[in-house]
Design a protein. Structure first.
Length: 173
């Protein structure tokens, strides 16, 4: 009797990893979506970190929030600069999120943080003309040869990552 109970108990425990394993594999196959954008049109005078957005930039920030209205954004990130914060704010507000800061000088660390905290989620990252392409390259794991002109503010990049692959889509908004 004891051996029958023991065999039954063993078979139950042996079946659990398979059930939980397939559930974990399903979670790992979920898409992680990272939207990346350069800040909107900025003021050209004043201290660099304190330059806000001109009216066209404010309109573009609103347009970005409309573009992402159906995206299930779980987090919004921007650098400490006023223009990135103001670009991120309309989307964050509509998604009931706070804008979290990231260090533009530690993009490798930030990429690791994204992968650790946001597996299977959708996030928005607002950066700069130089940091956005570099972060895309880090997230993709290869040089994508992306260059954002100083006068370009309408690029929206979408990195989609699964366990099997990472893809990049570029859109205009």
């Amino acid at each position: 009797m004891k051996s029958t109970f023991f065999l039954l108990l063993c078979s139950l425990f042996l079946s659990l990893p398979t059930q939980f394993g397939s559930e974990l594999n399903a979670q790992n196959n979920q898409e992680t979506v990272i939207y990346l954008v350069r800040h909107a049109e900025k003021e050209t005078t004043g201290p660099n970190k304190e330059r806000g957005l001109v009216e066209a930039g404010e309109q573009r920030a609103e347009k970005l929030s409309q573009e992402l209205k159906d995206a299930p954004i779980k987090a919004v990130y921007a650098t400490e600069y006023k223009r990135t914060q103001l670009t991120a704010k309309p989307t964050a507000r509509k998604k009931w999120k706070c804008v979290k800061e990231y260090d533009k000088n530690d993009l490798e660390g930030f990429a690791k943080q994204i992968w650790a905290k946001h597996q299977g989620e959708t996030i928005l990252v607002v950066g700069h003309s130089d940091t956005t392409p570099r972060l895309i390259n880090i997230l993709m794991g290869k040089d994508m040869k992306i260059y954002i002109e100083e006068s370009e503010y309408d690029n929206l990049f979408k990195v989609v990552a699964t366990k099997e692959a990472r893809d990049l889509e570029q859109m205009k908004f």
